[in-house]
Design a binder for this molecule. Structure first.
Ligand SMILES: Cc1ncc(COP(=O)(O)O)c(C=O)c1O
Length: 484
């Protein structure tokens, strides 16, 4: 009964059905004044449901009613002590996770495959990052996962680390050995914080890796919108156990959350939770089935390297979310970017491309009538590329050494800056982050030294057509550096 119950959605519907005349925000007044295009885009009902902060709709900053009930139901589903809805995405949840569990100056261990939102959290919190480099597969030109031994070694050098922030699964669905990392962290009185942006569906099937909370994490940020049915931007932050102070996390969450949350986003979290509570196991089976169809079809093409369970046990990888289908296309003699463009021209858009790889993200929604035809189209395109017999391109080594950290990210962020030509920036201290998106993993963050290798590497990625994200000059002709 409670599984089906959607307290937040019911409250919104009730308010809408009461036909109250709104002398309050939003200014479009339930759609009455909405621009025609907006009305067409969203529909009357959605605009009428774009409600505001009425008492019966609860208050995200001090929830006691329908929102609290909805969050409690989510906590129950995920096995958390407390769940916060995060209408600023996992970016906001990660910021709150860091701000609510650590104090300025605290050391946090961060495997360097972290998303740019983690770097944002380090800047906001004035934290001291200790980076470790995840393992790298030269064969796939991919960063894999962080090894438990790397975590242990970092603790041996820095006994005062207060938290470890692991990205698991990574963008490609590979999980780290979280139970072992949790054990080490907890033995050192440190917290295990997990960026599980790509894992809101984990733990619902034995065929998928366990969720971070099941593995002993203290706090977990999840993009419910990425792999489940919530609207884009809608995420959750879960916390568990007594190692952190709940009130402090709640205060941090409040700090990074708008005072005007969009109730459609919050309602979509309520719906996604209910969907998973009622039929989560089945939905995940659908996702696995659809992804396996694609994986099996692509694995028949010998020139493609399709990541599968054989990756488990290599390079820190403890498990693989099989709903992510990662394909290395190097032997076709074309780049992942090229394949992505070709697919787009045939009406198929993928989640991620880089020089050598292309990532298909599948969810329960892909187990549909179209999927066989779509897979057929994808296979045909790959077969055409095989037939064109292009020369195999050289392997790309994306495994950069860690840049030297000269200043803390926050200090560099607030330092006096000057602009210089990117190609001449060797030896300068970077004042911006540079990522290529997706996956949005920073190559350099504020406070680190620009080396010739980094500059050449970024120029190579740019030349391969991968969009840069982070710097003010998105063409990466110039870069902001710290004035010496
Ligand atoms: C690993 C990882 N963490 C965090 C985020 C941020 O999530 P959101 O887009 O929900 O803010 C992303 C987004 O792509 C991500 O890939």
């Amino acid at each position: 009964m409670l599984r089906n119950y959607k307290p937040l959605c019911e409250a919104i519907e009730k308010y809408r059905n009461n036909n109250v005349y709104p002398f309050h925000t939003p200014g479009h007044k339930g759609g009455r004044g909405a621009d025609k295009t907006l009305l067409t885009l969203m529909g009357e009902k959605a605009l009428a449901s774009d409600v505001s902060l009425m008492s019966e709709l609860d208050d995200i900053h001090n929830p006691k009613g329908c929102l609290q009930e909805a969050q409690n139901l989510a906590a129950q589903l995920y096995g958390a002590d407390v769940t916060f809805f995060a209408p600023n995405g996992t970016t906001g949840a990660i910021h709150a996770m860091l701000l609510g569990t650590l104090a300025p100056g605290d050391k946090v261990l961060v495997p360097r495959n972290a998303h740019s939102s983690v770097i944002g959290g380090l800047i906001l919190g004035g934290l001291r990052p200790v980076y470790v480099v995840p393992e790298y597969s030269l064969e796939l030109s991919l960063s894999l996962q962080v090894k438990v031994s790397a975590i242990a070694e970092a603790f041996a050098i820095h006994e005062d680390i207060s938290a470890v922030l692991v990205t698991s699964p990574n963008y490609y669905g590979m999980t780290a050995d979280l139970p072992a990392i949790a054990k080490i962290a907890h033995e050192h009185n440190a917290l295990l914080l997990v960026d599980e942006a790509h894992g809101a569906h984990l733990g619902f099937s034995q065929k998928l890796p366990a969720s971070a909370l099941q593995c002993g994490a203290d706090a977990v940020a999840q993009s419910t919108h990425k792999l489940l049915g919530a609207l884009t931007q809608s995420s959750m932050l879960h916390i568990k156990g007594e190692r952190l102070v709940r009130e402090q996390v709640a205060a941090a969450m409040s700090l990074v959350t708008t005072t005007s949350p969009n109730y459609l986003l919050l309602a979509s979290l309520d719906c996604a939770r209910s969907q998973m509570a009622t039929e989560g196991k089945l939905l995940v089976e659908h996702a696995i089935k659809a992804a396996n169809k694609l994986r099996i079809a692509l694995a028949k093409i010998p020139q493609l390297k399709v990541v599968d369970n054989r990756i488990i046990g290599q390079g820190g990888v403890a498990g693989l979310d099989s709903t992510k289908v990662m394909v290395n296309v190097r032997e076709l003699g074309v780049t992942g970017v090229y394949v992505g463009d070709e697919l787009r021209q045939s009406g198929i858009a993928v989640e991620l491309v880089d020089r050598d790889n292309i990532l298909f993200l599948l969810t329960y929604a892909d187990d549909n009538q179209e999927i066989d035809e779509i897979i057929g189209k994808i296979v045909l395109l790959f077969m055409t590329l095989v037939a064109s017999q292009k020369k195999v391109i050289a392997q790309t080594n994306y495994n950069l050494p860690l840049p030297r950290q000269v200043l803390l990210p926050r200090v560099a962020f607030y330092a006096a800056k000057k602009e210089c030509l990117f190609k001449e920036a060797m030896g300068e201290i970077c004042a911006e982050s540079i990522s290529f998106y997706p996956p949005g993993i920073p190559i350099i963050v504020p406070g680190e030294e620009l080396t010739e290798e980094i500059i050449m590497y970024c120029q190579e990625l740019k030349a391969a057509g991968i969009p840069v994200s982070g710097p003010k000059d998105s063409d990466l002709e110039s870069i902001q550096v710290v004035k010496k």
